[in-house]
Ligand binder design. Structure first.
Ligand SMILES: [Zn+2]
Length: 311
C-alpha cells in the first residue's frame, strides 16, 4: 500500500500458534535508496522483496533499517535483510542485547514459537537515542524520539520533511490490554507524543493510520485508557485478600467491561496465570502497576491472556 509518493506500508501476517493469527505493519521509504521501519518476522524478507519487485525495486537497495524495538515481529527478518543489502541497522541501547543475542531475549521473555518468528540475532550498526537526527539521504531526515514503556527502549521516528511519525507499538489500542513494562514510562511517552508538532500522520505497527487531528485524539483516548486500567488494577489489587493474579485479572476485565479479553487461546497452550505469575515476575513480563510508590506488582493482564499478547 502506498501512503505518500515515497512511503509504502506492507502488512506481514504471521501465526503465534496455529490458532492465533496476527500481523504487523512495516514501512518502506523508497527514494534513491530504500529505508525500512522495522522488518516483520523471520521470512518477511520474501514479502518485502516481492513488494519491491512489484514497484520496480530490489531488496539489495535497502540502505537503512530503523528498528522501533526488539520484539520478534519487528526484527525477525532484520538479519536476512542486512545479509541481502549490507544496510545499516539502527536501534536503541536499552535493548541492544535482545537484538544481538536472541537466546538472551528468549530466556528473559519466552514467547510461544519464538524461534519461528525470530531465528537470528542482528548486529546493531548504529545505536540511536532521543533527539538524534539521522540524515538518511536528501529529503529523508529522521528525528528519533524516546518512546519507552511498551519495552525498555522503544523508539518513534519522525520523518521531518513529510511529517510522518512512526510510533511502533507505543500507542495502546482501546479495547485491548496494553503491553507495557512500565506504566509510568508509557504514560510519559504518550504525553510526549501528544506534544510533537509537525506530525501529519501517525503510523503504528498494527493500528489504522491517523491524520494529525484524529491521531492526537487517539493518543488522548489511549492515555485515558491506560490510566483507567492502571487505576482499576491498583484498586482491585489493594482490595484483594489473596492477591491471586488470575482473579485480579478477571475482576479488572469485568470492571472495565473487557469481558472479551478474559479468555484467550494462548492460555490453552500455557499454564494458568497463577502458576506463571512467579515466573513472570522474574521474566519481566508485561503489564505492571505501581501499587504504591515503592511497590511494583506485575499484574499479568497481558501474559498470556491478551489477544495481542507478547508483542
Ligand atoms: Zn512490541
Amino acid at each position: 500500500m502506498q501512503i505518500n509518493e515515497k512511503l509504502h506500508r506492507i502488512k506481514i501476517n504471521f501465526s503465534v500458534t496455529k490458532e492465533v493469527e496476527r500481523f504487523v505493519y512495516i514501512y518502506l521509504i523508497v527514494s534513491n535508496y530504500i529505508h525500512l521501519i522495522d522488518t516483520g518476522v523471520a521470512g518477511a524478507e520474501k514479502t518485502i522483496q516481492e513488494y519491491l519487485k512489484s514497484i520496480g525495486r530490489n531488496i539489495s537497495e535497502v540502505k537503512s533499517v530503523l528498528l522501533t524495538h526488539s520484539h520478534p515481529d519487528h526484527i525477525g527478518s532484520a538479519y536476512k535483510i542486512k545479509e541481502l543489502s549490507n544496510c545499516n541497522v539502527y536501534a536503541c541501547e536499552a535493548e541492544k542485547e535482545w537484538f544481538e543475542n536472541i537466546d538472551k531475549q528468549f530466556a528473559e521473555r519466552p514467547i510461544p514459537n519464538f524461534y519461528t518468528l525470530l531465528n537470528k540475532s542482528v548486529v546493531i550498526d548504529k545505536v540511536i537515542k532521543d533527539s538524534n537526527v539521522l540524515k538518511l539521504e536528501d529529503g529523508i531526515t529522521i528525528k528519533v524520539f524516546d518512546s519507552k514503556g511498551h519495552s525498555a527502549g522503544s523508539l518513534s521516528f519522525l520523518w521531518i520533511e513529510q511529517g510522518e511519525l512512526f510510533t511502533g507499538d507505543a500507542i495502546p489500542v482501546i479495547g485491548d490490554i496494553p503491553i507495557y513494562i512500565s506504566v509510568n514510562d508509557s504514560i510519559e511517552t504518550l504525553k510526549r507524543l501528544l506534544c510533537h508538532n509537525g506530525v501529519k500522520r501517525y503510523l503504528s505497527s498494527w493500528d489504522d493510520i491517523y491524520d494529525e487531528k484524529s491521531g492526537k485524539e487517539n493518543i488522548k483516548k489511549s492515555l485515558d485508557y491506560l490510566v483507567q486500567i492502571n487505576t482499576m488494577v491498583k484498586k482491585i489489587y489493594k482490595g484483594s485478600n489473596n492477591k491471586n493474579m488470575d482473579e485480579i485479572y478477571i475482576q479488572v476485565c469485568y470492571a472495565l467491561d473487557l469481558n472479551h479479553l478474559i479468555h484467550n487461546q494462548l492460555c490453552d497452550i500455557l499454564p494458568p496465570l497463577s502458576t506463571t505469575f512467579g515466573i513472570s515476575q522474574m521474566l519481566m513480563l508485561e503489564v505492571r502497576a505501581s501499587c504504591s510508590s515503592n511497590l511494583t506488582v506485575t499484574v499479568s493482564t497481558s501474559y498470556p491472556r491478551a489477544p495481542h499478547g507478547f508483542f
